[in-house]
Write a new protein. Structure first.
Ligand code: ATP
Ligand code: MG
Length: 589
């Protein structure tokens, strides 16, 4: 007799279902890109609530970006509309902020403490050290040592102590404090640990491969060794080592939580077969999951090969991207798409929203933006940096902080425009055009966030302080997405270009610098992350000559490209393209 599938497990494959149905205890879900990790996690939570009677307010789900948290909340609202509001779905930093708001007195803060942005941090450190140049040099170092402990020289120790003391005097916390202070509070107070463990008895963490030492300490405090903690991720997508993340925490999950079950997901719902095979070949020399099984699912009537193209320089590369998009637009390339697949653009033809162009360094966006401007293509550009680090955003935030109580604007978008007029009225005529370009590009970036926040200015300010640029990405906007490879994590697009696939950029290397094995492995994983964003078409391009930081340098193709077997890609710099180029030139004449 067939047993009916519980409602919340419908739409999951057998492995996903097993992972979602497991009731209690620690669980590690190891799975490659596009296997439905995020999907499984949301269904699991919904199932716990509806089938096992778990109280939603006892569920804590942690992700790494506010965007990812937002998407999980949306999906949970669909699955369990009446209960979703009671769940806590958040990032480590936003969770830490919540703890601090509740326990501010224990941390020596008033109820009105503020989160310092980088400009404020620099001011504080400058005040402590007495000179701005040293402050600029030491500030990034302070973040590094706090996220992953390492030996410090006496100068750094002194600077850190003085800086933290002064921050507290000013009733400020910084970004690193948001996780660090809750850890200190919990480590100092066993009763508090008990209280939090009772409050959040069901904990899940997505993208666990990118957890850093401080976040790990927080998780261990919240989750007892035999607790209901689900970690989900893919060691081969660990790409944030430079920020202090350590994939070692993923690899030792079974030691930390000895009773843990491990479940693998092996079906990839995202990418066409050649793309998936190519990506697996690319990561293999550095893989942390040597026995990985990853198979494409679904009908692939005419799977396309990966396109590899060499351009003479970065402008020609950008022209290739534009020309290729032009060829795809309005075409019925995806007409035969299997409608059972998830993303529902089965009615043929691609739009700008279906295309992403990925690159290793943010500076590579310049040539693309030029080409897009000329072609009249709309785009949105996002890096993985924090929002407040983007020029213009900080000015807007400062302006909003000081102006908001007095001049209450009807809604956030209006307040933003006012803030920009912001700022401009005080700018000298000389600098005005540059500043206004910065500010309006920032406003454009914040467009969807601002709309989302409606009239809740305080929420918007918090989004700005805690958010990453990529949180502002609007997947529905009819624009091409220009993204750093890091920012593209977790996302998917029917058509993906990775530009700058060449020695020096992928793997990235400062001139004259040698890459360690670990650095090289991480670069390779980053390439893997990029390739696996693609659903139907993937183009890898490189330039024979490129201007980089004002200097021209010649480059050969990325060594990662030579990991690809000839059967998964086509070289696109053959006759077809050359003839086409000649036609373009004729048209120009
Ligand atoms: P990444 O490692 O890139 O974060 P992921 O493992 O989190 O990937 P998801 O984003 O959850 O993968 O899913 C990838 C795609 O596959 C999504 O479009 C999702 O809707 C689809 N998908 C996942 N599981 C299934 C399924 N059982 N049936 C149909 N589609 C699915
Ligand atoms: Mg995911």
């Amino acid at each position: 007799v067939a047993v009916p599938i519980p409602e919340m497990l419908i739409g999951l494959d057998p492995d996903q279902r097993a992972a979602a149905a497991l009731r209690s205890g620690p669980l590690l879900i190891v799975a490659g890109p596009g296997t439905g990790k995020t999907r499984t996690l949301t269904h699991r939570i919904a199932h716990l609530v509806t089938e096992h009677g778990v109280a939603p307010e006892q569920c804590l789900a942690i992700t790494f970006t506010r965007k990812a948290a937002g998407e999980m909340i949306d999906r949970l609202h669909t699955l369990i509309p009446d209960r979703a509001r009671e769940l806590t779905v958040t990032t480590f930093h936003a969770f830490g902020l919540r703890v601090l708001r509740e326990r501010h007195r224990d941390a020596g803060l008033t109820a009105d403490f503020q989160v310092a942005d980088d400009a404020r941090r620099l001011e504080v450190l400058t005040e402590v050290l007495g000179d701005e140049q040293s402050a600029r040099r030491i500030l990034p170092e302070l973040s590094r040592v706090r996220r992953s402990p390492q030996p410090m020289d006496p100068e750094t120790v002194k600077a850190l102590d003085g800086y933290l003391a002064r921050l507290r005097e000013l009733d400020l916390v910084d970004f690193d404090d948001l996780v660090g202070l809750p850890v200190e509070l919990l480590e100092a107070d066993p009763d508090l640990v008990v209280e939090f463990r009772e409050r959040y008895r069901w904990i899940s963490v997505d993208e666990y491969q990118d957890i850093d030492a401080m976040q790990y300490r927080l998780l261990r405090l919240l989750a007892p060794a035999g607790g209901n903690v689900t970690a989900i991720g893919d060691p081969d997508q660990a790409i944030y080592r430079f920020r202090g993340a350590d994939v070692g925490f993923f690899l030792r999950f079974q030691q930390d939580f000895p009773s843990a079950e491990t479940i693998q997901l092996t079906r990839n719902y995202r990418s066409d077969p050649h793309i998936l095979t190519g990506a697996m070949q690319a990561v293999r020399p550095s893989t942390l999951v040597p026995d990985r099984v990853l198979m494409p699912v679904g009908d692939h009537p005419e799977p396309r090969k990966i396109g590899v193209h060499e351009a003479p320089n970065e402008h020609a590369e950008a022209a290739f991207v534009t020309r290729t998009i032009d060829g795809l637009l309005g075409g019925s390339s995806f007409h035969s798409r299997d409608s059972g697949r998830a993303d529902g653009d089965g009615d043929g033809g691609i739009g700008f929203a279906d295309v992403a162009v990925l690159y290793r360094t943010a500076a590579q966006a310049e040539a693309l933006m030029d080409a897009f401007a000329r072609a009249g293509y709309p785009y949105q550009r996002h890096s993985h940096d924090r929002l407040v680090e983007r020029p213009g955003v900080r000015d807007l935030l400062t302006e909003l902080t000081f102006a908001s109580p007095a001049t209450a604007a009807p809604d956030v978008p209006a307040a933003l425009r006012r803030a920009a007029e912001t700022v401009l009225a005080r700018t000298s005529t000389l600098e005005r055009s540059e500043r206004s370009a910065e500010l309006y590009s920032a406003i454009d970036l914040l467009r969807s966030l601002a709309a989302e926040c409606g009239s809740d200015l305080e929420r918007f300010r918090q989004e700005l302080l805690l958010g990453a640029e990529v949180d502002a990405l609007d997947p529905r906007a009819d624009r091409v997405s220009l993204l750093t490879l890091h920012a593209a994590k977790g996302l998917e697009f029917p058509v993906v270009f990775i530009v700058g696939c060449e020695e020096g950029l992928l793997p990235f290397r400062w001139p004259g610098e040698d890459l360690g094995d670990e650095d090289l492995a991480e670069e390779r994983r980053l390439f893997f992350v990029g390739m696996t964003r693609a659903q139907r078409m993937l183009y890898l391009t490189h330039a024979a000559e490129r201007t980089w930081r004002g200097q021209s340098r010649t480059g050969s193709g990325s060594p990662f490209l030579s990991s690809l077997d000839g059967s998964v890609y086509d070289r696109l710099d053959g006759e077809g393209v050359r003839r086409r180029r000649r036609v373009d030139q004729l048209t120009l004449m």
